[in-house]
Design a protein around this ligand. Sequence first.
Ligand SMILES: Cc1cc2nc3c(=O)[nH]c(=O)nc-3n(C[C@H](O)[C@H](O)[C@H](O)COP(=O)(O)OP(=O)(O)OC[C@H]3O[C@@H](n4cnc5c(N)ncnc54)[C@H](O)[C@@H]3O)c2cc1C
Length: 360
Amino acid sequence: MKGRPLILGAGPAGAMAAIMLGRAGAEPILIDRDAIVGDALCGGFLSWRSAERLRGIGLGLPDIGAHPVTRLALYAGKAEAHAELPETGYGLSRRGFDTAMRALAVSSGAELQIDRIRQLSPGAAVGERQEWRSGSIFLAAGKHDVRGHSRPRQSDDPALGLRIRIPAQAGLTRLLGGKIELHLFPGGYAGIVCQEDGSANICLALRKSMLAAAGGDPRALLDRLAGEHPHFGQRMAFAASDLTIDSIGAVPYGFIAQGTQPGLFRLGDQAAVIPSLAGEGMSIALTSGAMAAKFWLEGGGGAAENYQRAMARAARRPVAVAKLIWETAESERFGQPLVRMAGLAPWLTNLAMRASRIAA
Ligand SMILES: Cc1cc2nc3c(=O)[nH]c(=O)nc-3n(C[C@H](O)[C@H](O)[C@H](O)COP(=O)(O)OP(=O)(O)OC[C@H]3O[C@@H](n4cnc5c(N)ncnc54)[C@H](O)[C@@H]3O)c2cc1C
């Protein structure tokens, strides 16, 4: 007797596990802290690997209005390079994506509960509303650590995430339509993509020291980058000064959970955090959700250790490749040469894009 699995977090990883477990008749309980789906800070680019996984569970991204993306554009200083994506990716807001995934989880047989989990110990998750007990817990709280299970921070000057959304405008759509753009700066990058409603999602990962140097004011930092980097400045010219800027601190890029405790399956960003410029975090989350469900269906809570080892193996190559690209891209010395090389050798860009995907 396996008992009902408990899934903490209804982002891409938790929802995917809930869909697979629900369809297999396991009656999972899916807990999220938010009753209303928010628009999580994210670049909003779903890679072709994500799209493939989603087609496998009957969710077609074009059917929910996602913006098709067929080209990559890279910018650093005055250098620029363009490449075809190996296959079509999509731009979609997290509100749109997470809403679709949650609905599919519920229609697949998962029970959705709203509670904020405060603490996790073997077999028990203590929420604000009640204590939840199960021999099989799937930790899918993503970017937010739960007390007792924090991921180690690996840098004195960690990456932080910033995000600004620019409402749809014809001139902006002409610039961005059909592309995922990566603007490389010394100390970080900005990813830009159109979403389902024509708005542009600009998401940046930058060293914390850059924000400190801008007096802790995110808008001042974005305006400085826009002034120094003409391509980025051209996009930011569409951003009214009163737009909200969201932020998230200390992203543990490169983290891979090497082990776990009996009965605890770590999913998504709680299993592996790929540098976000690869645009593969959601794909890793979906893969981990499906993989954990498969291991659980075969071996119950006792399969947690084997699942975590298999997940760590699957994440190793894409995370290592993305980390190398990110470290090169954000360096003062190598950012521009990287873009020039991408322009001269599109086959190399294609290879890097493929090597930073998680295996299907
Ligand atoms: C700057 C930046 C840009 C990115 N851009 C991209 C991109 O373009 N493409 C891409 O594929 N990936 C991108 N990523 C990575 C991607 O956002 C993550 O890898 C992905 O969201 C992980 O999914 P998840 O389900 O593990 O966690 P999350 O998406 O973080 O979801 C976690 C869920 O758990 C819930 N939760 C959290 N804490 C609790 C709690 N205590 N109790 C109950 N519920 C809780 C949350 O409400 C949420 O619904 C980016 C990341 C960053 C930082």
